[in-house]
Design a protein around this ligand. Structure first.
Ligand SMILES: Cc1cc2nc3c(=O)[nH]c(=O)nc-3n(C[C@H](O)[C@H](O)[C@H](O)COP(=O)(O)OP(=O)(O)OC[C@H]3O[C@@H](n4cnc5c(N)ncnc54)[C@H](O)[C@@H]3O)c2cc1C
Length: 383
């Protein structure tokens, strides 16, 4: 077993870290306050390869290994949870299904543009007003074939990057009889007539990541905009989520690391009863616990990423990493606020934003309860 990053992975981490420290982190509070995507940062990301991490080089991507992908998302999470969420969603949800399930023609049509965000990012629309955890039972968005085109009608909810996207991969019901083979993924350009993107949701955290409800009103796309075969949508979605969850785990490690650094800095400076609070055991224990939690989470994330890059099944390991890392981040951010006292509760310091951002991570891309269901099924041999 080798715990050492390769030279390439270390160089990649340094490059992404420097970019995040210079361009993303200094503006995190401003874009959170404005509740706007940090467009300037996105314009600079393509050159570094951050917008095509899982896109092969032959289609203009950076094609980094899965551990390097996790490293990049951790650095972005350290800098700004909202920006990191949009980058993670673009790569894993927007590019991932096309890179994995697309035909040669589909990859050539969409991937080079996505890797440059030209004309926009990618997004994935699974969730609906009445369907989140239960996609099979809940999805009502329908796609019907008519004259060689899919005609799509329905509503989606909570879709990351929708207003910045050139295309939205949409989970549709293609067989009204229902069941696990009744869903399909169809690529829908955002400029298709009948595609409505509603105003951004007003959110607690990840406010630099735009989230929107969508309405599809007789949206027509060519028949070959479907990914894979008709009825494979649920399988593709679940397999893709296994990989996407590694990214949310990595993002959570980055959030926790940022809160931890802030807590350490503050604990050394703040005096009470004649000593820095860092000299009090109560504070030291919170800092020591955070150190252990972050390290454990990162190792779980790296293990799941390593399995992914080895081509191994990683359903359980991705769920373990996501569950542990996301709950850990909330915990570490909570304690960082405690260490900063009233300043921790202030918008003048970053830990309250990190806490708000961390809160999303146990909900998006499968709630903690869903991760526990996945893990329990594997442990109890129910699948
Ligand atoms: C900021 C943000 C960004 C998002 N981005 C996207 C996106 O890009 N694309 C997309 O498709 N979706 C996106 N989502 C939606 C997100 O993935 C869903 O909110 C999530 O999957 C949970 O679905 P739900 O909110 O409908 O909750 P529900 O499924 O209604 O669950 C409600 C509660 O019940 C629990 N629960 C449900 N079923 C069970 C069960 N069987 N056993 C035990 N507990 C259960 C859940 O864990 C949760 O606590 C986003 C959401 C947010 C907030």
């Amino acid at each position: 077993m080798n715990f050492k990053l390769t030279d390439e992975q270390r160089m990649w981490r340094n490059a992404v870290h420097d970019f995040c420290a210079e361009i993303v982190k200094p503006k995190a509070a401003e874009y959170d306050e404005r509740a706007e995507i940090h467009q300037d940062a996105f314009e600079k990301m393509a050159a570094l390869g951050l917008l095509g991490m899982n896109v092969p080089e032959s289609y203009g991507g950076a094609s980094v290994d899965a551990i390097s992908g996790a490293i990049a998302i951790e650095e972005l999470g350290w800098a700004d949870g909202g920006t990191a969420l949009s980058v993670a969603a673009h790569n894993s949800l927007g590019c991932g299904p096309i890179a994995t399930y697309g035909t040669e023609e589909q990859k050539q049509r969409w991937l080079p543009g996505l890797a440059k965000s030209d004309p926009g990012l990618g997004a994935l629309a699974l969730t609906e007003p009445g369907a989140g955890s239960d996609l099979v039972g809940g999805i009502q968005t329908r796609a019907e074939l008519d004259n060689g085109e899919w005609v799509i009608n329905g509503n989606k909810a909570w879709i990351t990057n929708a207003s910045s996207a050139s295309l939205i991969i949409t989970l549709c019901r293609t067989d009204p009889k229902g069941g696990s083979g009744s869903l399909s993924l169809i690529v829908v350009p955002t400029d298709a007539p009948g595609m409505h993107i509603h105003p951004p949701e007003k959110k607690m955290g990840v406010r630099a990541s735009p989230t929107h409800a969508l309405t599809y009103e007789n949206v027509r796309v060519p028949q070959d905009y479907l990914l894979g075969k008709v009825g494979e949508g649920l399988y593709q979605t679940l397999q893709n989520l296994d990989t996407a969850r590694i990214g949310i785990g990595a993002l959570s490690v980055g959030l926790a690391r940022a809160a931890h650094e802030e807590a350490i800095r503050y604990a050394k400076e703040r005096q009470s009863f004649g000593k820095p609070i860092a000299e009090r055991q109560a504070i030291q224990w919170m800092i020591a616990d955070a150190e252990v939690q972050i390290e454990a989470a990162r190792l779980l994330v790296y293990r799941a990423a390593w399995l992914k890059q080895e081509g191994e099944f990683h359903n359980r390991e991705a769920a373990v990493a996501k569950l542990f890392a996301t709950e850990m981040a909330e915990d570490v951010a909570r304690n960082a606020i405690q260490i900063l006292g009233s300043y921790g509760y202030s918008r003048e310091y970053p830990v309250e934003r990190i806490y708000r951002d961390a809160r999303l991570m146990t909900i998006g891309e499968g709630t903690s309860e869903v991760q526990r269901m996945v893990i329990a099924r594997r442990v109890l041999g129910k699948e």
